[in-house]
Design a protein around this ligand. Structure first.
Ligand code: NDP
Length: 689
């Protein structure tokens, strides 16, 4: 590493094959705040063959030496490390024109995404590197031929081509998912703000937490990288629809069926429903949301509200209230605490936004903004890439083009009056597919009618009213646990969405075979597969010693009327099926039956080993089904089988190392019919840390 951020306009470096590359100055990058050159890209060319080889060998090997659980822990530690050094990132982020508020989304939102994926991994993924996606199901009559689905990490490289507006979050939201899946990645940030991504990658690399080869960084262009990919690789893209359209038809990408996930321009809208009156809290919420989306990140958000759909009779009220709000926004150098809106990310962006604004003006009139000069705070900011928030009113929202087609990627939005709610739905769809829409209404009936229609055209639908407003995360914030990505013009891609995001970096395969074979492959007991019984009760074994398939068939118990009466008195459940002989005889069961929860409790009484032992706690139960009724006089028994083990590397509250064990439980009657079926989840002590 030869460069330092203390040099004047230092040369940025790529991180390729485990080394920092770049000493000679290439393209100059100017601060959008005052026009001064702040960094240079490097002039040296990157050997992408070497970079790919490194990812596929070293990167893959180091990731496969870990598993979902250890990678989840690593994500958590990386997130902590970034938060520890976040101020250094905030300082650099100011140079992109972003205010502290804007940068929070990028920096702490990015670290937050690492934490969210760490917790997805720990909660939802097993130990090892294979996901058994759904329970195996029999394909034959005798229970010896089953089918199921598994997911394994793709064996290639994830190439991420990112946009300029979120240099950190844009990298981390993709990295978190590919890393958890077990794929190495090569990140190419947009050149104009790549200095902030570079600073973040340096922090990650210097932490010593990154497995070798798991993350590489390109400063500059991708050269022949896309031509060198193969069918195990994945490309993700965030940016303009035109670049997405160009890159996704790269012959090599098509010929090798390389997944290409695009997130592109999006003409998102917000709808003020007709039930919202001007003096209601929802009206204020609508105004606040639109104004915020116009000015946060100076409107440079793929989720920003570009089209503001309002009832025809509300044009004047909305215009006045938005104008008053936008007029209060102080614009200028984000180093100043008093500044609420900073600059666009580059002079190219400013030129592009102003050109798109002129196009929009052909079909709309100015309500606020677009002034020849406006107040700018901060020395030298008159030389910066600032654009005044500008609100337009569309003269004919049904016309072709205009705000339905033109994206001005800055603080520009267009009011579009609608006649009735069906008209609003039709106008929303004219965006040809968007990332997100907000519906502001007080009326659940309007939500019931409108949301399914909006859902066909939008990746996310945010319903806002007074009740949700205090906790609402807002129109513009993609959340790690919810899908991000929209149909059509928005690129047709999907990111985030919790575990869904991880699966984009894994390959699904259908598996068929005997239960024993499927148990061996999936690491999960499949009913009908081989079981292991011994004199030692499974609850007396430590986590490490338990084998998948280790099983216990209990003694029997005959259910009596006294059991039912006692359980009813203890629980207070005197449901007629258990206590009213006449009603029970009239029912489909034609007799009194035991409570399902009695059967569950009785089964626990049959299989539990009561003495102190390595099982520390029972913390839940999944997939419970009561299958056959248990009348008085039936005799039940339980089979308990170790189904799945998850080592989360966690300690009990007393500091003991422990793991999760999932047990398959089958309760049967005297005819060997299945009475109840479920999984129980226990915490089991480990012998070793
Ligand atoms: P681009 O589509 O030009 O760039 C996006 C990314 O693609 C950048 O990293 C860029 O790199 C890279 N790129 C561009 N051309 C190639 C190529 N031939 N091969 C490989 N990589 C390439 O978008 P911009 O950043 O210039 O923004 C333009 C417009 O895109 C905005 O005005 C806005 O309308 C939209 N946009 C949409 C976003 C969204 O999230 N949906 C986010 C940001 C922008 P480089 O920077 O080196 O050119």
């Amino acid at each position: 590493m030869s460069q330092s951020h203390t040099l004047k306009s230092p040369v940025l470096q790529s991180f390729i094959a485990g080394e920092w590359l770049g000493n000679q100055a290439g393209q100059a990058l100017a601060s959008p705040v005052n026009g001064e050159t702040i960094y240079h890209t490097h002039a040296e060319t990157i050997d992408f063959g070497r970079s790919l080889k490194f990812a596929r060998t070293k990167g893959r090997a180091s990731l496969m030496a870990m598993d979902f659980q250890s990678r989840a822990s690593c994500l958590r530690d990386l997130g902590k490390h970034l938060l520890e050094y976040k101020e250094s990132l905030y300082a650099i982020s100011l140079l992109t024109g972003a205010t502290r508020n804007d940068s929070w989304v990028d920096i702490e939102g990015g670290a937050g995404t690492l934490f969210a994926y760490a917790s997805v991994g720990r909660r939802e993924l097993p130990s090892g590197n294979l996901i058994h996606e759904d329970d195996a199901f029999p394909l034959g009559r005798d229970g010896q031929f089953f089918g199921t689905h598994i997911l394994v990490p793709r064996q290639g490289v994830a190439v991420h081509i990112n946009a300029f507006n979120f240099p950190i979050w844009g990298m981390l939201e993709k990295f978190a998912a590919n890393f958890l899946a077990g794929m190495p990645c090569i990140v190419k940030p947009a050149t104009s703000t790549s200095y902030l991504t570079e600073a973040c990658v340096r922090l990650m690399q210097e932490s010593g937490l990154l497995p070798e080869g798991s993350l590489q960084l390109i400063i500059g262009r991708t050269g022949d990288l896309l031509d060198r990919l193969d069918g195990q690789d994945v490309v993700t893209f965030t940016g303009s629809a035109s670049t997405a359209a160009k890159l996704k038809v790269t012959p090599n990408i098509i010929n090798n069926s390389i997944p290409f996930n695009a997130e592109a321009d999006s003409l998102n809208c917000a709808i003020l429903a007709p039930d919202v009156s001007v003096d209601s809290p929802e009206f204020d919420l609508f105004i606040k949301e639109v104004a915020r989306e116009m000015t946060v990140k100076a409107g440079q958000k793929c989720t920003a509200i570009r089209r503001v759909l309002i009832p025809e009779n509300q044009v004047q009220a909305v215009s006045e209230r938005l104008t008053a709000r936008l007029a209060k926004v102080s614009i200028g150098d984000p180093h100043l605490d008093t500044v609420r809106m900073g600059a666009l990310a580059s002079f190219e962006q400013k030129a592009d936004v102003l050109a798109q604004l002129e196009e929009l003006l052909k079909s709309s009139q100015v309500v606020y903004g677009h002034e020849d000069s406006f107040e700018l705070l901060g020395k030298g900011s008159e030389k910066g890439a600032f654009v005044q928030p500008t609100l337009l009113l569309s003269n004919d929202p049904d016309a072709e083009g205009g705000a339905h087609d033109i994206e001005a990627f800055g603080p520009i939005s267009t009011l579009m009056p609608y006649k009735n709610i069906d008209h609003a739905i039709a106008l929303a769809a004219r965006g040809k597919g968007s990332l997100v829409t907000t519906l502001v209404t007080q009326d659940p009936e309007i939500a019931r009618k409108v949301v399914p229609a909006l859902a066909a055209w939008h990746g996310r639908v945010h319903i806002l009213n007074e009740a949700s407003s205090k906790e609402s995360t807002g129109h513009g914030s993609p959340l790690p646990m919810l899908k991000h990505g929209g149909p059509g013009r928005a690129g047709g891609g999907e990111e985030l969405g919790g575990i869904r995001g991880v699966k984009h970096y894994m390959q699904r395969a259908a598996i068929q075979g005997s239960p024993t074979m499927l148990s061996a492959v999936t690491g999960e007991y499949v009913r009908g597969g081989e079981t292991y019984e011994s004199d030692v009760h499974p609850f007396r074994r430590y986590f490490e010693d338990l084998r998948i398939g280790e099983s216990l068939l209990t003694h029997r118990r005959t259910v009596t009327e006294t059991d039912i009466v006692n359980f009813g008195c203890l629980s207070g459940d005197h449901f007629y099926m258990h206590f009213d002989d006449i009603a029970a005889r009239d029912s489909q069961f034609e007799q009194r039956i035991a409570h399902g929860y009695f059967v569950l409790s009785a089964a626990a009484g049959l299989f539990v080993s009561p003495g102190e032992g390595p099982v520390l706690a029972n913390y839940g139960l999944d997939t419970l089904r009561f299958i056959t009724p248990v009348p008085i006089g039936d005799t039940i028994r339980a089979r308990l089988t170790c189904k799945r083990k998850i080592d989360q590397g966690k300690l009990s509250p007393k500091g003991e190392p422990q793991g999760v064990v999932v047990w398959d439980v089958q309760v049967t009657n005297q005819h060997d019919e299945l009475v109840a079926s479920y999984d129980i989840l226990t915490l089991v002590k480990k012998q070793f840390d």
